[in-house]
Design a protein around this ligand. Structure first.
Ligand SMILES: [Zn+2]
Ligand SMILES: [Zn+2]
Length: 474
């Protein structure tokens, strides 16, 4: 086995080395030179995980590092933890998205058994500590190469807060942050390396509230109008609706409040509801029908209805030109190889996930063909892809088989395992950005592919216009 693995490693190394041109080698060297500071930065953000809209230290650390590298930065009054850092002049403007928010309740030490750092506190289970740091590292390396080569155009880092339900990028779109960007690149930690060919799912999250008339449930039930009845009717109507929506639709809800005591007719009731579909326009139509279910429940139970949309993400508009650019950049960047010690850590932490089929650990070393499977998750990078050409890829910042949003992924995001994937992402982003800055024709092709995919449609978010940053979340 050991012999076989070593041979495979050597063969892959040869392939990667052969695939790099001289300018690519120089770009990768630049990434490597700046890597130690950004690896440390990713660890510092991991050690102080901050929830969406509260990422004060995380955003300040990234911003300071980019300013030190000579980038001009600017913030947003309505979003204290969002910022833009830019270097260069003129067109094209190439943007790279960075995220740095954590998830509630996932606090975890960097060990392969469940051990919170602070019980109940947040943790980086989605690896956004690596996401932001890799993107900023790539931007700094690109700036260095642009300077050396005298390239025209600008490289821009987007510090985008509150990805986990908060939709920070939607507010950045509304603030005009992408209006003059030519191409935007983005990545996400995953357990494999591949350019994305996923539409992801557009989604809408809402709190559906009913208000009725309380009464003694035994003494005067006829005087009561139950908010819980309205909620139950609504849930039933939604469950019947399932048969008559496109099959890719996802509808899920929980009851967050259903009354205080069985002998009181409930005055108020609330459900938290999420609806998803791969296409934003189709989702808009389904959402109108879901609202009718709630209206029907409220009407039948003679209660008042209030629907508060708390979050809404668009699906991802695919861009084949950028997909291919990221695929070849990933191949030149190379995958992740683990030491024996790291393999032991991976085997130990994978064992805590229970018996399930696991991809071979070696698979992190390879780059898969662009993934076309329909992903069942949502990201606010999708909204950005409706206003500017966006390319998105996954890098193996998690060991193969590792699901995100778990204590296990939180642990990995704080170790060298995560930072190795972060380096794949930084190399890929730097290579792709430099190819775009070197080739006006490629930027033009990406724009044309965007226009073709949009078919004249315009971006419209299902998030109400009066929603403010900080009010969003599930
Ligand atoms: Zn996440
Ligand atoms: Zn994420």
């Amino acid at each position: 086995m050991t012999y076989h693995r070593a041979t495979l490693g050597l063969a892959l190394a040869a392939v990667f080395a052969a695939a790099q041109t001289a300018p690519q080698k120089a770009a990768i060297e630049s990434v490597e030179r700046h890597a130690p500071r950004f690896k440390q930065l990713s660890r510092r953000i991991w050690e102080n995980p901050e929830l969406g809209w509260q990422e004060k230290q995380s955003s300040a650390l990234l911003r300071a590092e980019l300013e030190k590298a000579g980038f001009r930065t600017r913030g947003f009054d309505s979003m204290p933890t969002a910022f833009i850092a830019e270097w260069g002049e003129g067109r094209p403007v190439i943007g790279i998205l960075g995220e740095y928010d954590a998830l509630p309740g996932l606090s975890q030490e960097d060990v392969p058994e469940r051990k919170p750092r602070v019980a109940g506190a947040p943790g980086h289970g989605c690896g956004h500590n690596l996401l932001g740091a890799a993107s900023a590292l790539a931007a700094v390396a690109v700036k260095e190469r642009m300077q050396e080569l005298g390239l025209k155009g600008a490289i821009r880092f987007y510090g985008t807060p509150a990805e986990e339900g908060g939709g920070g990028k939607i507010f950045l779109i509304r603030a005009g942050a992408f209006r003059d960007a030519d191409v935007v690149l983005a990545w996400h930690p995953g357990d494999f390396n591949a350019a994305d060919d996923n539409t992801y799912l557009a989604n809408i999250s809402a709190r559906v509230r009913f208000r009725g008339t309380p009464a003694h449930a035994a003494g005067a039930p006829e005087a009561g109008r139950s908010a819980l009845d309205a909620l139950e009717l609504t849930a039933h109507a939604i469950n019947l609706l399932r048969e008559h929506v496109p099959q890719e639709t996802r509808m899920h809800y929980i009851v967050t409040s259903g009354g205080a005591a069985a002998n009181i007719v409930p005055e108020s009731a609330e459900m938290s509801l999420i609806v998803r579909h791969p296409d934003l326009d189709e989702l808009s139509r389904i959402w109108e029908r879901v609202k009718k279910c709630a209206e029907a429940g409220a009407l039948a139970a003679e209660t008042k209805l209030e629907i508060e949309v708390t979050s809404a993400y668009a699906n991802f508009v695919l861009n084949p030109v950028l997909r291919d650019l990221l695929d070849r950049s990933l191949r030149a960047a190379g995958g992740v190889r683990y030491t024996d010690e790291e393999r032991a850590f991976i085997e130990k932490i994978r064992a805590t996930l229970g018996a399930r089929p696991m991809p071979p650990i070696e698979s992190a070393a390879s780059v898969l063909p662009p993934k076309t499977s329909l992903s069942s998750v949502s990201t606010d990078a999708g909204d950005v892809s409706w206003v500017v050409p966006v390319g998105h890829f996954m890098a193996a910042a998690m060991p193969p088989g590792m699901p995100l949003h778990t204590w296990q992924s939180t642990a990995c995001a704080g170790t060298e395992l995560g930072r190795k994937g972060m380096m794949v992402a930084a190399r890929t982003l730097a290579l792709a950005s430099l190819e775009l800055l070197n080739s006006p024709d490629l930027v033009k092709q990406a724009r044309e592919a965007f226009e073709r995919a949009m078919q004249g449609r315009a971006y419209h978010s299902l998030l109400p216009e009066d929603r403010r940053p900080g009010q969003t979340g599930h």
